[in-house]
Design a protein around this ligand. Sequence first.
Ligand SMILES: CC(C)(COP(=O)(O)OP(=O)(O)OC[C@H]1O[C@@H](n2cnc3c(N)ncnc32)[C@H](O)[C@@H]1OP(=O)(O)O)[C@@H](O)C(=O)NCCC(=O)NCCS
Length: 267
Amino acid sequence: MSKPVVQPKSSDPVWTDIVTQAQETARDEPMIAGYLHAAILNYDRLEDALSFHLAQKLGSAAMPSMAVQQLLRTAYAADPDIIAATRADLTAVLERDPACNSRLEPLLYFKGFHGLQSYRVAHWLWTEDRKNMAFFVQNRISEAFGMDIHPAACIGRGIMIDHGTGVVIGETTVIEDDVSLLQNVTLGGTGKEGGDRHPKVRRGALICAGAKVLGNIEIGECSKVGAASVVLHDVPPRCTAVGVPARVVGNCCDQPARTMDQSLPEV
Ligand SMILES: CC(C)(COP(=O)(O)OP(=O)(O)OC[C@H]1O[C@@H](n2cnc3c(N)ncnc32)[C@H](O)[C@@H]1OP(=O)(O)O)[C@@H](O)C(=O)NCCC(=O)NCCS
């Protein structure tokens, strides 16, 4: 007979939701119940579970998982904004990814989410002037998750990086809140400029699979960049840009990153 589900005591609704999902999954899939206990149900707080889980993935011969876990816990204790951003990111994935059915899934299984959360700690290290440590974490992110985010890049909250594979985000990139990026997006330099040379992606924008956005250009608020486009110039707010090189082909729905509306506007 299965055990009754124990109601979680946390006052954090996001964590309570995750614990409930983990309890139900442990009951339905006994083969991964031990894993769910080790990764989720042994903990009282999101930050403790996340630090354990990411550390398992980021640990290496050079820095074992326990040392990584300690590093992550230090970052979360020093800067509560990191976990506040994590909560917003989890909700973003649940709301926007049609393949996602609960917050438990990105936390356990989605490497775009794992890479983004690991970047958040690398960025904290960068702002603490621990640049070598930040590069160390960046390198482990690229090895473990196949995505390369410079720790100096500035990334807001409520971000979804779907799939994660092949995503490259350069040093002086700015990504505002509520942006969605799909796999193989490059936010890079043209190779012709130094200094502040990377894109600025404004709030609510959607950048689709394989798009290359090159140079210190702006992707305007709530704009949309089509798959495989090469964007070399600013895209105004609430516009859709597609092609190689990209051109604006029309307006855009209100919140493309939230709705994940990837249809083309009528031209
Ligand atoms: C090709 C590149 C080097 C620019 O070369 P450039 O000779 O200075 O070219 P310009 O920017 O002056 O553009 C010349 C024309 O080529 C077009 N163009 C530039 N890059 C292009 C590309 N990748 N694909 C298609 N057309 C391109 C421009 O739109 C422009 O067309 P137009 O004259 O009709 O407006 C640059 O755009 C590029 O691709 N750099 C590599 C960046 C990269 O890989 N970054 C990743 C870092 S992680």
